[in-house]
Design a protein around this ligand. Structure first.
Ligand code: HEC
Length: 479
């Protein structure tokens, strides 16, 4: 289904094969964030990658087979697939665009990339692929994804030259997913124990939010340093959020699990138990990132981990899933006194969005913090009407940008961990601004605009920032 859509897209692009019109169009649409028209941006990373290949293999390029239909002669010195484009795909695209992964088609071979080149070009120009919603001007995050202007230009040159293939190197075609580089074995593997068949609540619905409470089987408090979510069926798993449900919520969990006769319980938006704390979140393409050495989130003895799965059954209506979550604890022999991190939400619960408002703004101010706080990461969250979310802080040392997502996409969300933790000098005040489009043009199919309030439901909204904080001892009570 998605492939059909893509083919449609690429046809639309080839219809206006003139590059300028593609650029002009997207510049107008993307608020100038990505300026593919300009040549004056320097991008060192790219030059390194592309020059190496093409210089080294010029002679071989002379033998490029004519049957690829390109217009390159013996003296062609421009980009070729094997020298320039394959490395670019490997660096930016094939972590997801390989068979059986989350992207709808592979970009693994010459034929794949050629077929999807026009569509790929549009997504690169518009900045939607590789997906990376935050604005790079705001803050430096780990595991950054992004393709540079210079890379896009090389791709354009390659398209203009008629997709020259070039000569395969030794490991051509061996594109592998970016493997997850984790040392050692997980301390716990959270597994709810059976294949679950997602079942949306209504016949014409496609989403199922299901929670499974899993016992982490610990006999003393542990500090979780790394969480690695391993979706079993990428066709149906949309996202996952793991919560810590304290021992006091065990009775509530039992009631929830008995609500219907299927395993787990229905849970859009949250775990539905009191005092649950965030543990982690996973969204497509997420690379598991450990907290700093010796840092971790406390998992209390007696607590359960509630794994909230968001399934979308469009691609595999009959599919089942048994996602597992690996937990890695801080090694307490090496770090006898782990640094405790807390995952602290800032919810704008008195949110109101008027029916029809195309640009409703909700501003949430956190209480002023009288102590220094170190922020390790942030997870911004809204539902479907959200268009933009920004979080910043006024601190004793000046203003700090914490995250800015200028084009909110519900399908791409997760924790963003800072390259270097950010210190908020006291007194500090965090402000979060959420923007929503509640006009008729931005509604779910068949719906008309309604007044919208805070809530868990698909058609409710949220303006939520979730922070990974390192607090001085005793400071948690101040929040
Ligand atoms: C983190 C995973 C990921 C990476 C990296 C990624 N893609 Fe995608 N891509 C997806 C997913 C998932 C979709 C399906 C649509 C969606 O969910 O946004 C998609 C869809 C597409 C589409 C279809 C049009 C569309 O926007 O839906 C094109 C074309 C595309 N990707 C090209 C690329 C190219 C080119 C790169 C590298 C420059 C890339 N993608 C990198 C995950 C990824």
């Amino acid at each position: 289904m998605t492939i059909l859509l893509v083919v449609g897209l690429s046809t639309a692009v080839s219809a206006c094969s003139d590059d300028d019109s593609v650029n002009g169009e997207s510049e107008a649409e993307n608020n100038g964030e990505i300026d593919t028209g300009s040549n004056d941006e320097t991008t060192d990373e790219i030059d390194a990658g592309s020059d190496v290949g093409s210089d080294a293999d010029d002679d071989e390029n002379g033998e490029a087979p004519d049957d690829v239909g390109d217009d390159t002669g013996d003296d062609y010195e421009g980009p070729t697939y094997y020298d320039d484009i394959e490395p670019m795909m490997r660096a930016n695209c094939t972590s997801c665009h390989i068979p059986d992964d989350i992207a709808p088609f592979p970009l693994q071979t010459y034929e794949d990339v050629k077929t999807f080149a026009p569509a790929s070009h549009i997504t690169m120009v518009e900045g939607t692929m590789p997906p990376w919603p935050p604005d790079d001007e705001c803050a430096d995050f780990k595991d950054h994804r992004g393709i540079s202007t210079a890379e896009v230009e090389i791709f354009e040159e390659w398209m203009d030259a008629g997709y020259p293939e070039g000569e395969p190197g030794e490991d051509a075609g061996a594109l592998e997913p970016t493997s997850v580089d984790i040392d050692g074995e997980a301390d716990r593997v959270l597994d709810w124990g059976f294949d679950y068949k997602p079942q949306p609540p209504g016949d014409d619905e496609i989403d199922d939010y299901r929670c499974f409470a899993v016992d982490p089987d610990i006999d003393e408090d542990k500090f979780v340093n790394l969480i690695h979510t391993r979706p079993d069926n990428a066709e149906v798993v949309h996202h996952m959020i793991a919560y810590i449900a304290p021992e006091s919520s065990v009775d509530e969990l039992e009631v929830l699990e008995n609500e219907d006769d299927r395993p787990g319980y229905e849970c859009f938006g949250g775990p539905r138990v009191s005092d649950a704390l965030w543990l982690s979140a996973w969204a497509p393409g997420e690379v598991p990132t450990p907290f700093a050495d010796g840092h971790g989130i406390r998992l209390e003895e007696g607590a359960k981990v509630v794994v909230q799965m968001h399934y979308n059954i469009v691609n595999d209506p009959e599919g089942t899933d048994r996602t597992e979550v690996d937990l890695y604890f801080v090694d307490e022999e090496e770090y006898p006194e782990p640094v405790e991190l807390a995952i602290v939400p800032l919810p704008g619960t008195d949110l109101f969005i008027e029916a029809g408002d195309p640009e409703a703004e909700v501003v949430v101010e956190a209480p002023q913090l009288p102590i220094d706080v170190t922020v390790h990461g942030v997870f911004p969250h809204m539902h479907m009407l959200g268009t933009e979310i920004r979080i910043s802080a006024e601190t004793g040392d000046g203003d700090v940008c914490l995250i800015d997502v200028p084009r909110w996409d519900f399908d791409w969300q997760g924790f963003y961990m800072y390259e270097e933790p950010i210190e908020l000098a006291s007194p500090s005040q965090v402000t979060m601004t959420c923007v929503y489009d509640n006009s008729a043009s931005n509604q779910a199919p068949g719906r008309t605009p309604q007044d919208v309030y805070w809530g868990d439901g698909t058609y409710d909204e949220m303006c939520l920032g979730v922070f990974v904080l390192e607090l001085p001892p005793g400071a948690a009570e101040l929040l």
